[in-house]
Design a protein around this ligand. Sequence first.
Ligand SMILES: Cc1ncc(COP(=O)(O)O)c(C=O)c1O
Length: 406
Amino acid sequence: MVEPRKNRRKTAKRGLPNEEGKLIETLPFNKSYMTGREKEYINAVYSQGHSCGDGPFTRKCNLWLENNIGCDKALLTTSCTSALEMAGILAGIGPGDEVIMPSFTFVSTANAFALRGAIPVFVDIRADTFNMDESKIEEAITHKTRAIVPVHYAGVGCDMDAIMATARHHELIVVEDAAQGLMAQVGDRPLGGIGHIGAMSFHESKNVICGEGGALFVNDSSFVSRAEVIWEKGTNRRDFNRGLVGKYTWIDIGSSFLPNDFTAAFLLAQLEMAEDITARRMSIWRSYQEALGELEELYEGVRLPRLPKGASHNAHIFHLLMPDNQTRDCLIRELYSAGVEATFHYIPLHSSPGGKKSGKVACKRETLPITDDVSGRIIRLPLWIGMESQVDMIVDIVKSSIKRLL
Ligand SMILES: Cc1ncc(COP(=O)(O)O)c(C=O)c1O
């Protein structure tokens, strides 16, 4: 029986207790930005009365992405996770195959390939960008290796020239996990548009959002028609919609990877403002960078983000490295008690229960020293449109806490 409304416990209000025990509001780590047009576009779907996938808004989003990523085909998906799962199928990954990737990443990077029976092979990251160390890929390649999955951490591009050259040499497929990479580039090439296949996220935590959503980018035209079939539950419904076949039928494996048109309508409103969103986030990112830059000189082991030559990022994350794990955890706690939510990042996959069961560290190594080190020392500060006036306050707390702690 459903509990009467008046007896239900109220949802706990977010916040911290002040000295009198009353909840004070905390500054969240992330807050969604709405452009204002989402409702109008969603109303249009409501009025047109068709809301299933591959509708008019989905097509507009796909076109926007094709124009801006430069891929042969963009297909909106229900998440970056599902785009990566599509990539696993498209790349022909099967049981016992090995797929090289960083351990410092989100679980979906690995899960998409573990689902196909493959073994994620974890390689260490670079100490500057926290991206997979391209110089360590070669030694991780075996006769079972089928694909390389670089992850562009914080929207800062990996060394794609080196990765593509290694892949060409060993005839491997490159799937870019560009979950965090919209509006970021390596040279003049947008992230997600460089490898054979790319995957992007529009999850609420990203810069451009639709709640849950993602996209698959096909950069190698030989994958296009199979990608469309996998996207549409393994059928040739796309060809049917184009009038190319009289009936549609089961062709291949696939799943329901496409989102409904309400989601696409929301996303289109955000994509249209992607440049503005990136510029506004960049201004906050730069304020942090300017105000906190002196910490590197004042305290050994404190470090701000490093940007490699040629990479233009998208201000997805502003992070700091603390000298050690204890100081990082203390800083998170100090910020939290001052009402500011800051957070760590990935627990490395190679040391997670799932990673130990399904994956392995490359080259019989026991550890990934840079991955472990960064994971223990990284702290991410709040970064969202609307918090501009709070940056000075956060910077003051960070500086005074570090002074006390170090
Ligand atoms: C690197 C990376 N890959 C994949 C994902 C999964 O994205 P989604 O939540 O859209 O499935 C994320 C999400 O944060 C991510 O950071």
